[in-house]
Design a protein around this ligand. Structure first.
Ligand code: NAP
Ligand code: HSE
Length: 430
C-alpha cells in the first residue's frame, strides 16, 4: 500500500469539524479518487477542552504553529481572520505543504503575497470554499471560462444577509432575531458585523473580480455598503415596486474595457430577475461573458457541510497534484486593469421622499433630477396629511450624478425628509 497523503487541519469549528467528519466518512472513496489513502495528522483548535463530537480526541492540538510546520502534504486552514491564519499559511507553504483555505478575509487582503509565496515554494494554494460555500465557482472562472472575456459578475455571495433579508421580506421578521438564528445555524462570521456591514461580500467580490478580470483586487478596492440600514419602509417600498432587496456584489468592466468597478450594496431586484427567488442562506452568482452569454451558479452559500464539500474538492485536486508531482498554474493578474470608483458605475435609483404637498413642488423636484442629467422613469404620489410621499424610480445614470441629485434634494426646503434611497438592478445585460 502506498504512503498516505497527510492532512493537517487548522481549525475545528463549524467548517473544520464538518471537514474532519467528511474526511473520515468518505475516506475510501477519496482514496480511490486520489490514488492514495488519506490520513489526518492533527487538528489545531484554540480550546482543547471543548467537546467535538465524532472527532478523534487524540488528533486535537492547541499548537497550530507546530502542526502547520509539520510538513503535512496538505494543510487546511479554517481558523479564519488575518492572524494567526496568515502566519500559519506562510509556515505551511515554507514547509512544502499545499494549502487549502476558506479564508476570504485573508485572501482579499493578502492574496497576492500568499500566491507569490506558494509559486516560489512550488506548492498549490486553493480556496474554492472562500466564495459562495458549496458552489463550484472559482474553478469554473479560472478554468472553464478562461478562454472567454468576462464582462460582469453579479450575485448574492453572503448567506447570512440573504437569510436575514429573506426572513424580513417574507415573514416581516425582526432583524436582531433573524441574525441570532443565522449565527445559531453556523452561517455568520465570528464577528457578524463582517456579514451585515458587507465586509464578507466585499472580500468575496474582490476574489471574484481578481479571477474574472486577471487583476489583483483587494477588499480596499471594493466600494461597500452593508444591509444593516435596510428598513421596514424600504422593504414595503420594494414590495410596492415589485422588487425584493438583496445585498449584491457586482464586479464589471467599464464601457471602454480599460477598467473595472467592484461594489457591494443593498439593491432592489425586480421579482422577474432570477436572483429575486434566491432565498435563505442560498447564494447565486451570474457571470456575463462575451461568448458564453449568461452563466448562473446557484447553491448553498454557508454552513459547515456545504463549505466542507468545497474544501474537500480542493483537497482532492491538491492530493492528485501531489500524487502526480505537479502544481496548478499560479494566479493570473496579467491584465492589471485600473480600478474605478462606484461613482463611475451606471446604476438606477429608487427614492422615497416626504415632500410639501403644494403646487410647483413636483416640478421643482423634477428640475433637480434634470439639472444633474438624471432621467425619471416612474413617480408614485400618496397623500400623507398635509404632505405627500413620492416614490421615484430613475432610469440608468452615472452613479455620482444620482448621488449628487440626492444631496441636492436633501437641501430643498420643499423636501421634508429623504426616507429611502437604494440602487435598483434593472436586469441581466449580456
Ligand atoms: P469557527 O466556527 O469560529 O471556527 C474557527 C476554528 O478555529 C475553531 O475551531 C477555533 O477553535 C479555531 N481557532 C481559532 N483561533 C485559533 C488559534 N489561534 N489557533 C488554533 N485554532 C484556532 O469558524 P468557521 O465558521 O468554521 O469559519 C472558518 C473559516 O471558514 C473562516 O475563514 C470563514 O470565513 C470561512 N467560511 C465559513 C463558512 C461558514 O458557513 N461558517 C463558509 C465559508 C467559509 P475552538 O473551536 O477551540 O474555538
Ligand atoms: N458568513 C458567510 C456567509 C459564510 O454568511 O455567507 C460563508 O462564506
Amino acid at each position: 500500500m502506498s504512503a498516505p497523503i497527510t492532512i493537517a487541519l487548522l481549525g475545528g469549528g463549524t467548517v473544520g469539524s464538518a471537514v474532519a467528519k467528511l474526511l473520515v466518512e468518505n475516506s475510501e472513496d477519496l482514496a480511490a479518487r486520489i490514488g492514495r489513502p488519506i490520513q489526518i495528522s492533527g487538528i489545531a483548535v484554540r480550546d482543547a477542552s471543548k467537546s467535538r463530537g465524532s472527532i478523534d480526541p487524540s488528533l486535537i492540538t492547541t499548537d497550530a504553529q507546530a502542526l502547520a510546520a509539520s510538513g503535512a502534504d496538505i494543510v487546511i486552514e479554517v481558523i479564519g481572520g488575518i492572524e494567526p491564519a496568515k502566519s500559519l499559511i506562510e509556515t505551511a507553504i515554507a514547509s512544502g505543504s499545499t494549502v487549502v483555505t476558506a479564508n476570504k478575509a485573508l485572501l482579499a487582503s493578502h492574496g497576492a503575497e500568499l500566491h507569490a509565496k506558494a509559486v516560489a515554494a512550488g506548492v498549490d494554494l486553493f480556496y474554492e470554499a472562500s466564495v459562495a460555500g458549496a458552489i463550484p465557482l472559482l474553478r469554473p472562472l479560472r478554468e472553464s471560462l478562461a478562454g472567454d472575456k468576462v464582462r460582469r459578475v453579479l450575485g448574492i455571495v453572503n448567506g447570512t444577509t440573504n437569510f436575514i433579508l429573506s426572513k424580513m421580506y417574507d415573514d416581516g421578521a425582526d432583524y436582531a432575531d433573524v441574525l441570532a438564528q443565522a449565527q445559531a445555524l453556523g452561517y455568520a462570521e465570528a464577528d457578524p458585523t463582517a456579514d451585515v456591514e458587507g465586509f464578507d461580500s466585499a472580500a468575496k467580490a474582490a476574489i471574484l473580480a481578481g479571477l474574472a478580470f486577471h487583476t489583483n483586487v483587494t477588499i480596499d478596492d471594493v466600494s461597500r455598503e452593508g444591509m444593516s440600514k435596510v428598513s421596514a419602509l424600504d422593504i414595503a417600498a420594494a414590495k410596492s415596486l415589485g422588487c425584493v432587496i438583496k445585498l449584491l456584489a457586482i464586479a464589471e468592466l467599464t464601457d471602454d474595457d480599460t477598467g473595472i468597478i467592484v461594489r457591494v450594496h443593498p439593491t432592489m431586484v425586480p421579482n422577474s430577475h432570477p436572483l429575486a427567488s434566491v432565498r435563505d442562506a442560498f447564494n447565486a452568482v451570474f457571470v456575463e461573458a462575451q461568448a458564453a452569454g449568461q452563466v448562473m451558479f446557484y447553491g448553498r452559500g454557508a454552513g459547515g457541510d456545504p463549505t466542507a464539500s468545497s474544501v474537500l474538492g480542493d483537497v482532492v485536486a491538491a492530493a492528485r497534484n501531489k500524487v502526480a508531482g505537479s502544481v496548478d498554474p499560479g494566479q493570473s493578474d496579467y491584465a492589471d486593469l485600473e480600478i474605478h470608483n462606484v461613482g463611475e458605475a451606471k446604476t438606477s435609483y429608487y427614492l422615497n421622499l416626504r415632500v410639501a404637498d403644494e403646487s410647483g413642488v413636483l416640478a421643482a423636484i423634477a428640475n433637480e433630477f434634470a439639472r444633474h442629467g438624471v432621467s425619471i422613469q416612474a413617480v408614485r404620489q400618496d397623500d400623507v396629511g398635509d404632505d405627500a410621499n413620492l416614490v421615484i424610480r430613475t432610469h440608468s445614470a452615472i452613479d455620482q450624478d444620482l448621488q449628487a441629485t440626492v444631496e441636492s434634494l436633501r437641501k430643498m426646503s420643499e423636501v421634508r425628509d429623504v426616507l429611502g434611497v437604494m440602487r435598483v438592478e434593472n436586469g441581466v445585460s449580456a
